[in-house]
Design a protein around this ligand. Structure first.
Ligand code: AMP
Ligand code: MG
Length: 348
């Protein structure tokens, strides 16, 4: 299949009337799949009402069928068509964080979106992205748009259109290139159907930010304990992984360097995923850094690109430093642990 590629300037006014957006919206209406930028990562969109369209997302990504998709909307009217009711807690959160990187779980209306989107669950995950291209595309299509990250399942999520093309060129109908995304990590998924809202996936909106608005917020037990069954089906899969083995190291730079030296001595090509502060301290085949300990927003924004760059460099193994788990650090460590398949070496 030929993949149409459009470049769009996200800063121009009245995007909805641009031919690139109109063409992409028409493909969505025709039940084709199109990748588009959001403020978190690039999404792979399809008409959420159509089984035929949604199946194409799972096929292109190679995504397991029991992993439900987030439905993206551009207006509150669209929300009302899909969900049974909106609680006061959800309303408060929507007022503050929408459009933005917060996905909320609602009880779904029967038949409002394809059952494949919700993977048979009684609930549906919804968010309104904070990106002019995403919002104008969804509005122009006039449809709720199911959209997971636009990468091959298991690979690091895409934060540029070229990441999308690397994984999905020839497998999808179009790619809207609106430049690099902002946050760089996926949305926070919050289940508000319980008395105390529970974070199913940490992401762009932090627990602290949520608590300022609605008080107590919990964490799904599965996020801390790898044997508990996650409520967010997607959290059980290996994700975000570079092609070579990736191992996190919880220790000082001297300890990490010793691990690296041992591999170098065996003739391996070794990469280090380093904090900016240590970029020039380490010796390895390649040392790359997404950002420093005191600049976690940059780390989030550059995390997936850094993992993908190691693939391009063809390293045999990557050692990674751990980051503090405050604020967005929680989402950063969640993604790094998944990328490492939970493989972490702790210094004695
Ligand atoms: P992705 O589309 O790759 O950003 O992943 C979407 C995440 O949202 C996955 O972890 C899904 O399991 C989760 N998700 C989607 N719908 C639901 C739902 N109805 N209940 C719980 N988690 C959901
Ligand atoms: Mg994903």
């Amino acid at each position: 299949m030929e993949t149409k590629y459009w470049t769009v300037d996200k800063t121009v006014d009245n995007l909805q009337s641009y031919p690139q957006i109109k063409q992409a919206a028409h493909m969505l209406i025709d039940n084709e799949v199109v990748a588009f930028p959001t403020e978190t990562v690039y999404g792979l969109g399809a008409n959420a009402k159509s089984n035929e369209a949604v199946k194409k997302i799972y096929e292109a990504k190679g995504r397991p069928g029991d992993n439900p998709l987030i439905v993206h909307i551009a207006s509150i009217e669209q929300l009302k068509e899909i969900v049974q009711s909106v609680s006061d807690t959800s309303k408060k959160l929507m007022d503050v964080f929408w459009p933005g990187p917060l996905t909320l779980i609602f009880k779904r209306k029967q038949g409002a979106v394809s059952e494949i989107v919700t993977a048979g669950l009684e609930t549906v995950a919804i968010r309104m992205p904070d990106h002019p291209i995403a919002l104008s595309l969804i509005a122009e299509a006039g449809l709720p748009i199911a959209a997971p990250s636009a990468n091959t399942s298991g690979r690091p999520s895409p934060t540029t259109a070229s990441h999308v093309a690397d994984d999905l060129s020839g497998k999808i109908s179009g790619i809207l290139d609106g430049g690099p995304t902002g946050v760089g990590l996926e949305s926070t998924v919050l289940d508000c159907t319980e008395d105390i809202p529970v974070i199913l996936r940490p992401g762009g909106v932090t627990k602290e930010q949520l608590q300022e608005v609605i008080g107590e917020v919990g964490f799904d037990a599965a996020l801390k304990n790898s044997t508990a069954a996650p409520k967010s089906p997607g959290m059980k899969y290996t994700h975000y992984a570079p092609r070579s083995p990736f191992i996190l190291v919880n220790g000082d730079p001297v300890f990490l360097q010793e691990l690296v030296d041992e591999k170098l001595a065996h003739g391996l090509k070794v990469g280090i995923f380093a904090a900016k502060e240590h970029e020039n301290v380490f010796r390895a085949s390649h040392v790359l850094s997404p950002g420093g300990f005191d600049d976690l927003d940059s780390v989030a924004a550059g995390l997936y690109d850094t993992l993908r760059r190691f693939d391009d460099l063809g390293v045999d193994i990557i050692f990674g430093e751990v980051y503090p788990e405050n604020g967005i650090g929680q989402a950063i460590m969640n993604r790094l642990m998944k990328a490492a398949g939970n493989h972490i070496i702790n210094q004695e």
